[in-house]
Design a protein around this ligand. Structure first.
Ligand code: COA
Length: 262
């Protein structure tokens, strides 16, 4: 079980690698549970400040494990929703609201749940060789890990519906145009590009980064008035911290800030 997701630490960045390459990193229940466990550990570890998520082999992830969840489907809606849908939605919601930046490094096939994870995380870099799809319609189900909700928010309703209703594959470049990934790079530049992005965030206060993630994530699903209230609340929570005073003093004193994350 512990091999299903590998974790390496490079300075303050945790690199998580989905590791079922012979099954194209299909998201079995055990793999999802392992990923959730590792996210809990990373959240608790103040020394870890960002996450890069990638896949072993030729896939990022080919989505939910069809053989496994079809067994749940056979047991009826209650079991199928509890075991499959809730688990997958909990994973993508956890990633979306995770207080430390998560960057997907999409190395290959990102179908179904693999695409939904990419939609949910904060930032994504894709290899030119990555291929995306929302193929659930071909197996008779709507997407279940948030894929009917986040793509339309990222890309707009009609562009999302085209991919959701055709199930056709699309390129990394198209994923970039849809706002699912931030940039597309040659395969050998994938991890360096993800680390570069992480490094440019890590120059700043981890506390401020977490407040920005919270404001954007919560605000997206609120009215503008509620969103502005959330923004104000996140700002107010920063005011008494060392990091905000340090950042302001450093700017005024023309020196580099030294953050404590408190
Ligand atoms: N769930 C379970 N197993 C999967 C899987 C998935 N989502 N995707 C791939 N696999 C397994 C295959 O069963 C195969 O295992 P096997 O060698 O034991 O038979 C292995 O991974 C390799 O996949 P294969 O289909 O042989 O590779 P391919 O290059 O011919 O095709 C895909 C790649 C991605 C087109 C194809 O695997 C596919 O359509 N996968 C399902 C994608 C999907 O519908 N995802 C959404 C699920 S909700």
């Amino acid at each position: 079980m512990s091999d299903l997701v590998l974790m390496e630490v490079h300075r303050s960045v945790a690199v998580l690698t989905l590791n079922r390459p012979d099954k194209l990193n299909a998201l079995s229940y055990a793999l999802v549970d392992r990923l959730m466990h590792l996210l809990d550990m990373i959240e608790d570890d103040a020394a870890l400040r960002a996450v890069i998520l990638t896949g072993a082999g030729r896939a990022f992830s080919a989505g939910a494990d069809i053989k496994e969840f079809s067994e749940s489907v056979r047991q009826g809606p209650d079991v199928a929703v509890r075991a499959f849908v809730r688990r997958g939605q909990a994973l993508t919601a956890r990633m979306e609201a995770f207080p430390k930046p998560i960057i997907a490094a999409v190395n290959g096939i990102a179908f179904g749940g693999g695409c939904e994870i990419t939609e949910a995380v904060h930032l994504a870099v894709a290899s030119e060789t990555a291929v995306f799809a929302k193929p659930e319609i071909a197996i008779g189900i709507p997407p279940t890990f948030g894929g009917t909700q986040r793509l339309s928010r990222l890309a707009g309703r009609k562009r999302a519906l085209e991919h959701l209703l055709t199930g056709d594959t699309f390129s990394a470049q198209r994923a970039c145009e849809l706002g699912v990934v931030n940039r597309v790079v040659p395969p050998d530049e994938l991890l360096p590009a993800a680390f570069d992005l992480a490094g440019r965030i890590l120059r700043h206060s981890p506390l401020t980064a977490s407040r920005i993630i919270a404001a954007v994530t919560r605000g997206l699903n609120a009215s503008i008035a509620e969103g502005l209230a959330i923004e104000s609340e996140q700002f107010a929570r920063m005011v008494p911290t060392h990091d905000v005073r340090e950042a302001l003093d450093a700017w005024i004193g023309r020196r580099k800030p030294e953050y404590r994350g408190c």
